[in-house]
Design a protein around this ligand. Structure first.
Ligand code: UDX
Ligand code: ADP
Length: 468
């Protein structure tokens, strides 16, 4: 059995980029080529100015600086690098389908399929395909059948190619990706080709203890990824449902989550109430789970998981409505300052961010938004909220991206904290209060602002899950 030397990763996104960076760092003997059809993204990965990397992730710049152009390369040379590789990771996007069968639920596998076709066309010799993208169960089977049918067609250049497909789901969370990759709770490898499994295991063994490497059949591996995310999301929906109950009853959600989290059977993680979960995985994976359950006639199972998503939308809309209500039932013509647009802190990713729905709810009511986020670009917000979103009275764009907190609060009626950025924890609220229109409000949907300091001013404070 030959050793792996050349690795190719298709897809230079939030998964492929950091994963390959850590792999290159931990395995200096490997030569890793990350390829992407998006040339702008590749250009940014190769930028000498490391602050221009296409994704923001703490610790990533340091590793890129150390490994880039040594044993880690970013390019758009898909064909050449597929041909050279003995192991190919697939890390392309799998968003929810917007049309056709399963629209709104099933994953759109067109990017996976196009990868499989490229691999079938260009790969040479024994090649191990490792699926990293979050995928609905039985995708590996589809990849296998595309590869095999192309081999049978016998008209491609790769007469000697032989494929083995493994599932190796990624459990990294954005914002802590580098640490999650270096110190994972477990590595899951699903497959039935012992040689291929051994070769992938050997790579991880360079920095991960053997007993953390779990081997399963391919379907268990794919399904485990969906279920892990569904369980995490379910905890958030559970605590968010409790947050509303706390606000009504006089209980405090921080006290409740601490009390229940100390029960070892429950555990303390993922019990922070907030504006609802976002990110590229939770919603998509639960939608997949609902789709699969319905496909197999398990309506009750589908309904059960659907309720986790329903609570998530409900929490976002509940928060939007109560803010409007507290601001005398109308926000038309008012300025609302939005603290944080990313779906969580320490990332520039906005996919499924609760800020999107909440900001749209506000804009529909005719207010002006002053948005501050330390990492999300204006261009990104334009692609979500639109650039010609005009206030009918003033004919001016009704949202603005500001570079500082001070600019974002000037003349604002309210501040809505949506992302738990560290810098929101230590704000001089005296100064902020002096700049705002009175009565001034803070709506802290993450419970991170310094309550004692705020209470020294005359700002009205609302916190999720805490009754006043
Ligand atoms: C998630 C999984 O954690 C990861 O294992 C998987 O590989 C991909 O999906 P990610 O989406 O990057 O990772 O971030 P995560 O930290 O899980 O947060 C998801 C959302 O839940 C965020 O919007 C976050 O703010 C929210 N959240 C998380 C809460 O509202 N409360 C919590 O207690 C924890
Ligand atoms: P994730 O969070 O799963 O990493 P991203 O959208 O950030 O998702 O990244 C996926 C990347 O995969 C994108 O940069 C996209 O251009 C790339 N991609 C999609 N299809 C292909 C393909 N057939 N060949 C190469 N790159 C691809």
């Amino acid at each position: 059995m030959k050793k792996i030397k050349n690795v190719c990763c298709i897809g230079a996104g939030y998964v492929g980029g950091p994963t390959m960076a850590v792999l290159a760092d931990k395995c200096p003997h490997l030569e890793i080529h990350v390829v992407d059809i998006n040339k702008t993204r590749i250009k940014a990965w190769n930028d000498n100015d490391l602050s221009k990397l296409p994704i923001f992730e703490p610790g990533l710049e340091k590793i890129i600086k150390k490994r880039r152009n040594h044993n880690l390369f970013f390019s758009s040379e898909v064909k050449k690098n597929i041909r050279k590789a003995e192991m190919i990771f697939i890390s392309v996007n799998t968003p929810t389908k917007t049309k056709g069968i399963g629209a709104g639920f099933a994953s759109d596998l067109r990017w996976i399929e196009s990868c499989a076709r490229q691999i079938a066309e260009y790969a040479e010799g024994y090649t191990i395909i490792v699926e990293k993208s979050t995928l609905p169960v039985r995708t590996a089977e589809k990849i296998k059948s595309i590869l095999n049918s192309s081999l049978k067609a016998n008209n491609s250049q790769n007469i000697n190619a032989q494929f083995s497909v493994l599932s190796n789901p990624e459990f990294l969370a954005e914002g802590t990706a580098i640490n999650d990759l270096i110190n994972p709770d477990r590595i899951l490898i699903g497959g039935d080709d012992d040689d291929a499994i051994k070769l992938l295991e050997d790579i991880y063994s360079n920095w991960i203890e053997k007993d953390k490497i779990l081997k399963t059949n391919i379907w268990s591996s794919e399904l485990s990824k969906l279920i892990a995310n569904a369980f995490l999301a379910q905890r958030i929906s559970s605590i968010n449902s409790v947050s509303a109950l706390c606000e009504k009853t006089g209980a405090n959600v921080l006290e409740v989550s601490k009390a229940i989290g100390m029960d070892k059977r429950i555990g303390e993680k993922f019990l922070n109430a907030g504006p609802g979960f976002g990110g590229s995985c939770f919603k998509k994976d639960i939608l997949n789970l609902i789709y699969i359950s319905e496909f197999y006639g398990l309506k009750e199972v589908a309904d059960y998981w659907k309720s986790v998503l329903d609570i998530n939308y409900w929490q976002q809309n509940r928060i939007s409505s109560l803010i409007i209500e507290k601001l005398f039932g109308t926000i038309a013509g008012k300025k609302i300052s939005i603290f944080g647009f990313a779906f969580k802190s320490n990332t520039n990713d906005t996919r499924e961010s609760p800020a999107i729905n909440i900001c749209k709810n506000f804009l529909n009511e005719g207010c002006e938004l002053l948005i501050y986020d330390p990492k999300v670009t204006e261009q990104e917000i334009v692609s979500i909220l639109g650039s010609n979103n005009l206030n009918l009275d003033t004919n001016k764009r009704n949202w603005h991206k500001l570079d500082t907190i001070i600019e974002a609060v000037t003349n604002a009626d309210a501040i809505v904290v949506l992302t738990e950025w560290e810098e929101f924890k230590n704000i001089n609220w005296d100064i902020i209060y002096s700049l705002m229109r009175k009565p001034a409000w803070i709506f802290d949907t993450r419970n991170i602002c310094n309550k004692e300091e705020i209470e020294k001013t005359d700002i009205n404070l609302w916190q999720v899950g805490i009754s006043k």
